[in-house]
Structures are given as structure tokens and as C-alpha cells.
Design a protein around this ligand. Structure first.
Ligand code: NDP
Length: 286
């Protein structure tokens, strides 16, 4: 079997074309969706992620602003910026690029962002709403993964989904979203014994480990759907996933590549959340 590749870049392009129209329609009724990104310090990877988000906003007509703060900024100064953005009716979405310098509590920052503007979906209110199946901002990477599965009509209900990784931004929320979609879910992590035993029974395997090529074909059930979330930089500067693409593609039914997989979908779902925030806030004001 050779896997069908789920092209996240192509799907993102398609979704962005639809969003472009949606944003244009909103503008005709006076709603101008706007995302503000706060970048602390000058970490090259963070800067590149922030630039990618700005570019995607530009492509769809969403207004964007980057607030750059020095890495020496105090926690209270950063929180004051967030309060100002929370109270600015022109700002619909707020995103503070992580990681932050050690002297700033990420949790405090996340909790200070108004849940109505939490387009990253990291606020405990957003997470609680997701857990209870309520309408909310879904965190972007898990939301992108579910969107990729749906785009290929891959059945989720009643399937065994295995998630490797239990981070707050990927592993845990994707497991919860799969439960919400009626999958039977197993979450594995670094303390899991006999990982193969779980992965070999997975109809859907989501890999968010952060180790290049950690998962090869021996972990895969024939005909499984494999979602590779990992982004690892190799010594030659190229990017690669957590999955050994070459071997797994001969065994899986569906497989996401790296790059052009989950990465572009993450940014695209951020745009979707920003449009949702703009609609929600305007609705409340109306
Ligand atoms: P974390 O480092 O926070 O989490 C990694 C998880 O993998 C942990 O739960 C850890 O277990 C588990 N793990 C580590 N080693 C093993 C192992 N040998 N066997 C089983 N489980 C293991 O990473 P993130 O969740 O933030 O990110 C994961 C990957 O996804 C990274 O490569 C990151 O760059 C990428 N990423 C990609 C995004 C995208 O848009 N495509 C967005 C976000 C992240 P334990 O909890 O026990 O330590």
C-alpha cells in the first residue's frame, strides 16, 4: 500500500480562498477582523512564526499588527499591554508568541488574554469549553488536524486513535477533540511502556513527540492514518517530522508530510479563529 498524502499546504490554500471572501463580506458590513501578535525578544524561530502569521493575515485581508517588546520587558509591562489590547474594540484576536523569557509566567500571560480574543485557544476557559464540547476557540494545531481528517472524510467515530505526546498545546487537546468526535483514544508519552502495542492497533495515529523520525513503519498498523505534527530541524537546516516518512508511506493509508502538512494548517486555523472572534465580538456589541 502507498499512502495518500494529505497536503496541508493545498488544503490551507483552499480554506484561505474561502476566508478571503468571508473577510471581504464582513468588511462590507463594517467588520474588519484584526489580529495583534505580541513578540517578546528576538528568537529567530519565533520571529519566523510571527512573520508567517502576518503573511497569512495579509493574504486573506485580515488586519494584523505585531507589537515587538524587548526580551527584558517585565511581566507587569507585558500584562499591561495585554490589558490594553483586551479593551481595544478594534482588536479581535490576541496572540502572544511563545516561548517567553524565563522571568515571565506563560500561564499568567495566557490567563490575562480575554477569552473572547483567545484565538490561540490556550486560555483555561477555551480549554474547559472544548472539554465539555461547547463552542469555543479550538487550539490551532489540534483544530488543523481534525480539519485535515475531515477533508479526506476519514472516519473517526468508533476508531481507535492513538496520540503520542501529552503537551498542553498539541497532545492533550488533540486527544480531547478526537474523543469529541467519538474516537476511542489512547494517549502515550515518554513513560509509556511497550509503545508498539498501542500504536500497532491505531486506526489514526497522531505523533507529537518532537524527535526526528522517532516513528517508523514498525509502529504502524497497515492502512492506518498517520498525522505527523513534529517539526525538527536537521543539521543541514532542512525540516523533518517525527515520522519516518519513507517507510511509513508504504504501510499507511493516509499520511501527512513535513513540511506542507500540519504546519500550514496551524496558521490557517488561527485565521479562522480570528474571523470567528471578529464575528463574535461584533455580535455581542450589536
Ligand atoms: P513537547 O516537547 O511539549 O511534548 C512532547 C511529548 O512527547 C511529551 O508529552 C513527551 O512525553 C512525549 N515523548 C517524548 N519522547 C517520547 C518517546 N520516546 N515516546 C513517547 N512519547 C515521547 O512538544 P509539543 O507537543 O509542543 O510539540 C511536539 C512536536 O510538534 C515538536 O516537534 C513541535 O515542534 C511540533 N509542533 C508542531 C506544530 C505545527 O504547527 N505543526 C505546532 C506545535 C508543535 P512526556 O510528557 O512524558 O515528557
Amino acid at each position: 500500500m502507498t499512502a495518500e498524502i494529505i497536503d496541508g499546504k493545498a488544503l490551507s490554500f483552499e480554506l484561505k480562498e474561502k476566508m478571503k471572501q468571508e473577510v471581504a463580506d464582513l468588511k462590507t458590513v463594517g467588520i474588519h477582523p484584526q489580529l495583534t501578535v505580541v513578540l517578546v525578544g528576538d528568537h529567530p524561530a519565533s520571529r519566523s512564526y510571527v512573520n508567517g502569521k502576518k503573511k497569512a493575515c495579509d493574504e486573506t485581508g485580515i488586519g494584523s499588527r505585531i507589537i515587538e517588546l524587548p526580551k527584558t520587558v517585565s511581566e507587569s509591562e507585558l500584562l499591561a499591554h495585554i490589558h490594553t489590547l483586551n479593551n481595544d474594540p478594534q482588536v479581535h484576536g490576541i496572540l502572544v508568541q511563545l516561548p517567553l523569557p524565563d522571568h515571565i509566567s506563560e500561564q499568567m500571560v495566557i490567563e490575562t488574554i480575554s477569552p473572547e480574543k483567545d484565538v490561540d485557544g490556550f486560555h483555561p476557559v477555551s480549554i474547559g469549553r472544548m472539554m465539555t464540547g461547547m463552542d469555543t476557540f479550538l487550539s490551532c494545531t489540534p483544530y488543523g488536524i481534525i480539519t485535515m481528517l475531515r477533508s479526506k472524510n476519514i472516519p473517526i467515530e468508533g476508531k481507535h486513535a492513538v496520540v503520542i505526546g501529552r503537551s498542553n498545546i498539541v497532545g492533550k487537546p488533540v486527544a480531547q477533540l478526537l474523543i469529541n468526535e467519538d474516537a476511542t483514544v489512547t494517549t502515550c508519552h515518554s513513560k509509556t511502556k511497550h509503545l508498539h502495542q498501542y500504536t500497532q492497533t491505531a486506526d489514526i495515529l497522531v505523533v507529537a513527540v518532537g524527535k526526528a523520525h522517532a516513528i517508523d513503519a514498525s509502529y504502524i498498523k497497515e492502512g492506518a492514518t498517520v498525522i505527523d505534527v513534529g517539526i525538527n530541524r536537521l543539521e543541514d537546516g532542512s525540516l523533518t517530522g517525527d515520522v519516518d516518512f519513507q517507510s511509513v508511506k508504504e504501510k499507511a493509508a493516509y499520511l501527512t508530510p513535513v513540511p506542507r502538512g500540519v504546519g500550514p494548517m496551524t496558521i490557517t486555523m488561527l485565521l479562522k479563529n480570528t474571523i470567528k472572534a471578529a464575528k463574535g465580538l461584533e455580535n455581542r456589541e450589536g
